[in-house]
Ligand binder design. Structure first.
Ligand SMILES: [Zn+2]
Length: 320
């Protein structure tokens, strides 16, 4: 495969990120737009328009889309997108292919990001990798034996829906007690709010002033970096919950490296320390001792690079 060939990589969630990517994973140019989620058709048109604008910048061979929901790897049907629009009644792949006149592949967004971190990021050179992305939702990609593992239909890696609380909150997936109901960005904010209202000791928190406006997870991370006790305590607890869930993964899969990415990881060392500590306590020592837990290195570009590289590989293998 020539590194001269170009691919489009899209990372589709509440923000649509689109990049023109070389065959070796280097991004040439990129853009982002806020997804229009009020109507599936408008959303689809927006995806096509964004792709068309970017493809005009080079000779594109194929398009890869990392999708924030379940993708049926056999039928290419988009089964669920709990945090965004319901596009399940559309054949989005064929709509995009005919509109763009290019091969288009879809994969789960966390699979795409995992693939990028493995090819050219923090997991490069490892064979058994568990990649977690933490943002509005929590997703994961599994690489075992140097191969992306999707399960029998493509639905593997739904780490955000690990059940961690028997009597926990309802989740967007239709179940309850999922990891995501505690550790996703919006749920970190929810827990900050609850603590502010229930514990008067936290009224001095820098975050108290933000309660009237729309508090975002980024602000919680920022406050933690400024040593705000409430933000620190919520993030420490978040790390403990993530560490506990990761301990199960490490015990189950005996992986070499856990790579943590996504917007919530802006809290990097703060979270990593409590994640590592809790995972160490709850993992069988031989499994923990041979597993590194690190921050992702490609940040928000991972999804686009991975989607583009999955399109490259599909084209190469005649599957696109
Ligand atoms: Zn769930």
């Amino acid at each position: 495969m020539s590194s001269e060939q170009l691919f489009l990589g899209l990372d589709v969630g509440r923000t649509i990120r689109c990049a023109l990517v070389r065959g070796d994973g280097q991004i040439l140019c990129q853009q982002r737009v806020v997804a229009e989620v009020s109507d599936p058709q408008i959303f689809i048109d927006q995806l096509i328009e964004t792709s068309n604008k970017m493809r005009s910048k080079g000779e594109v061979a194929a398009v890869g889309v990392g999708w924030a929901g379940l993708v049926d790897y056999e039928t290419h049907r988009l089964e669920a997108m709990p945090n965004l629009v319901d596009a399940s009644s559309f054949n989005l792949r064929s709509e995009m292919q005919s509109a763009l006149g290019l091969p288009v592949i879809f994969d789960n967004d966390a699979n795409a990001a995992a693939y990028a971190e493995w090819l050219c990021g923090a997991a490069r050179g490892y064979k058994d990798v568990f990649y977690v992305t933490m943002g509005t939702g929590i997703g994961a990609g599994i690489i075992m034996g140097g191969k992306l593992q999707r399960g029998c239909r493509g639905f593997a890696g739904e780490f955000g829906h690990f059940k961690i609380d028997l009597d926990g909150l309802e989740c967007a997936c239709g179940s309850a007690g999922c990891l995501e109901t505690i550790a996703s960005g919006p749920n970190i904010v929810r827990r900050v709010r609850e603590q502010l209202f229930s514990d008067p000791a936290f009224s001095i928190s820098k975050l108290a002033a933000d309660m009237e406006s729309t508090l975002q997870c980024e602000r919680v991370v920022e406050a933690a970096k400024e040593e705000d006790e409430l933000a620190l305590s919520v993030l420490r607890e978040t790390g403990r919950v993530l560490g506990m869930a990761l301990a199960s993964v490490i015990n189950l899969l005996n992986i070499e490296i856990v790579v943590l990415g996504g917007g919530v990881m802006a809290a990097s060392e703060l979270l990593l320390n409590s994640i590592r500590e809790e995972a160490r306590k709850r993992t069988m020592s031989p499994s923990f001792d041979c597993c590194r837990i690190v921050a992702a290195s490609l940040e928000l570009e991972a999804g686009m690079i991975g989607a583009a590289m999955l399109a490259r590989d599909a084209l190469q293998n005649g599957c696109a």
